[in-house]
Design a binder for this molecule. Structure first.
Ligand code: SF4
Length: 569
């Protein structure tokens, strides 16, 4: 039967309206309230590279990232929703929440890195939830960079050193949200001690023929200072390589000190931030840098406040023309300590390491030639220039040259950062710098280079600790994070802790690392190890992983197989 004409028209209109509504709703559309809330907190929507900074503001304000806010942010930044979502879900410190979720009033993080585990982190994690009540979320966290204070909990971004259940409960009750800053050498004190005279004495950054800049470069090369983030590339040579690239050039400073056991950068930053900033300015002047991006790990909350103060003081009274400087906030991802992953993160993306070539010295941050430096490398520039490169080379032990800052933790009486000659042995480090082993403990094993640097037995307590001295033993020094184990510990537990960390931190980009670390954890939990299968995994990870995380992950496993086979037989 034919429909009346008016009814047919009405149906067509309805269909059109429905289709219009559906097409309008294609994808996820922001609601007015969410747009308003995002716009109240965030600006600079046209800066794609600030995506992570914007996510931090939302995450801090709402104790998580509501999906509706991500939709609104994607809308205003003119980014695909998937791009915002994939960044938000990559970093451990962001929590993406369904729109109807009610986040916990407070999250307490307990570090479960090796030193904290040895110090009782597991017991702390077991006791805290019932003690703190249901509205406080207690989670484990990868190394927070305070291994000398183990075990450590973090409440309101403030660390609770040598944490006990009562201390954590007191910190929760105190509601102290602002970070507690340490006493540090401020700008006035630094300048009064001759600080920034070197930076002031150097002329135009871009003048490659500048004699003073050339002299600085030669002194840096003569000092033999190597990159102290772990890779050990000669600093002076790096300056020369980047300087030879076409302008504009940029600098990226790595303070993402995430290697478990490492806390030297934080220690120095908390004491003397301007010494680092001056080294940074000198490098910028000599190499001809237009812009500097400082990438600070999110776990160093107090350091960010401190560094912001130091930068403000510097910018208020600059000793020379300053390049553009931005302080960027990491978001909880160990892999961002890898230079190309850090660059991705500064660009506001997932911190996935890049394939090389091209090397970042040629094509780096924002596609520009990039001078990448660890914090500590820059920290020593002023001393080397003012005391002379021979001052630095006058130190050394067992045929090695220079100074190293060892982060020592574990079963020693006085853990902490120990500035000692390169090439010192672990025995001398323990005896002469750490007050010896803890009472009732004897040296059983040690990690010479954090979680990824391998594990050595006590009988190798006479090996010089430096770049290039540990490879023959299946280890490397990396960032010089020494974790000391005693007869009350096992190397297999240390290796398992390290592999669990790698599995947690793998960026997932390549299968050997993503699957290999997770599979290795399973195998390493068996009372008796399947060494053939583990070695198969080891080899694939070493041969086929893109970056150092996957390539070094087998080191602790192989060391247990080589030096401690009785523990896993
Ligand atoms: Fe990512 Fe691991 Fe591959 Fe590195 S080795 S790129 S961390 S998956």
């Amino acid at each position: 039967m034919n429909q009346p004409a008016t009814q047919t028209l009405s149906t067509v209109d309805d269909m059109r309206q429905t289709l219009r509504r559906i097409s309008h709703l294609k994808g996820r559309q922001p609601d007015a309230q969410s747009l308003q809330e995002v716009r109240a907190l965030v600006s600079a929507f046209d800066r794609r590279d600030l995506l992570i900074e914007h996510l931090h503001v939302l995450n801090d304000t709402y104790r998580g990232l509501y999906e509706r806010h991500l939709v609104a942010l994607a809308h205003d930044m003119k980014l695909p929703m998937a791009e915002v979502f994939e960044v938000a879900t990559f970093y451990h410190h962001f929590e993406v929440l369904p729109n109807d979720a009610k986040p916990a009033a407070l999250t307490v993080r307990v570090c479960d890195g090796l030193s904290c585990e040895m110090g009782g982190a597991k017991q702390l994690l077991a006791k805290l939830p019932s003690l703190l009540g249901g509205d406080v979320r207690v989670v484990s966290a990868p190394c927070v960079g305070r291994c000398e204070q183990a075990p450590v909990a973090v409440v309101h971004h403030n660390a609770v050193p040598h944490a006990t259940p009562d201390k954590v409960a007191a910190a929760v009750s105190a509601q102290a949200i602002q970070p507690v800053l340490p006493d540090y050498v401020d700008m006035a004190a630094y300048v009064a001690d001759g600080g920034y005279a070197l930076a002031a004495s150097l002329a135009s950054a871009a003048d490659l023929g500048n004699a003073k800049a050339d002299a600085v470069l030669q002194a840096m090369e003569a000092s033999g200072l190597r990159g102290l983030g772990g890779a050990g590339f000669p600093a002076g040579r790096k300056w020369r390589i980047v300087r030879e690239q076409a302008a504009p050039r940029v600098m990226a400073v790595n303070i993402d000190e995430g290697e478990p056991g490492t806390f030297k950068d934080r220690t120095y930053l908390e004491r003397d931030p301007h010494r680092f900033l001056e080294g940074m300015l000198v490098a910028a002047q000599v190499v001809g840098i237009d812009a500097i991006y400082i990438y600070l790990r999110d776990e160093y909350h107090g350091c960010r406040e401190l560094l912001q103060q130091a930068l403000a003081a510097l910018q208020a009274n600059p000793p020379c023309a300053l390049p553009h400087i931005e302080l960027r906030r990491g978001a909880g991802a160990y892999v961002c300590g890898e230079e190309s992953a850090m660059i991705e993160s500064i660009e506001g993306k997932r911190g996935e390491p890049r394939m090389r070539p091209p090397y970042i010295a040629q094509v780096g941050l924002f596609g520009k030639p990039t001078l990448e430096h660890n914090f500590e490398t820059l920290y020593w520039v002023r001393d080397i220039m003012q005391k002379g490169p021979q001052w630095f080379t006058s130190f050394g032990a067992n045929g090695r040259v220079g100074l190293r800052s060892f982060s020592v933790s574990g079963r020693v009486k006085q853990p902490g950062v120990k500035l000692a000659p390169a090439g010192i042995t672990v025995q001398a480090l323990i005896d002469d710098y750490c007050g010896g082993m803890l009472d009732g403990h004897t040296l059983y094993a040690y990690l010479p280079g954090g979680a990824s640097g391998g594990i050595l037995p006590a009988r190798l307590n006479n090996v010089p600790l430096d770049f290039d001295t540990l490879q023959e033993h299946g280890c490397f020094i990396g960032s010089a994070a020494v974790v000391v184990l005693s007869q009350h510990d096992t190397a297999r537990d240390a290796a398992l802790n390290a592999m669990q960390f790698f599995a947690h931190e793998s960026c997932g980009q390549c299968t050997p690392c993503r699957v290999g670390t997770a599979k290795a954890v399973q195998l390493m939990q068996a009372p008796k190890w399947d060494n053939a299968t583990l070695e198969d995994l080891n080899q694939v990870m070493v041969d086929a992983s893109i970056c150092g995380l996957g390539q070094a992950a087998p080191n602790p496993v192989r060391c247990v197989q080589t030096y401690f086979p009785h523990e896993v037989a």
